[in-house]
Design a protein around this ligand. Sequence first.
Ligand SMILES: [Zn+2]
Length: 86
Amino acid sequence: MLMTKERPKAIRTMRGWAIHVLQESGAIHECEEHGWAKDRADPHARERALHLARQEPPDGLSPDEAVAELQDVLESIGDTCPECLP
Ligand SMILES: [Zn+2]
């Protein structure tokens, strides 16, 4: 019971962490109108985000896992806001 409750929470937290790191480094930004995360397609910002993840992985993740999590989240983010499209 506790296990099934905690797992999705942990995943949300990791995703939240990854989005935070990506925003901090400027790799993604939020649509001002709708709040969707958008990929800025900036390779330097991505480098910074990956570097940050490697230097300061969240609790429970190794540096490699933290980088993999970041890349996962990056892949799931488009470069446009879905609600801004016509
Ligand atoms: Zn939008």
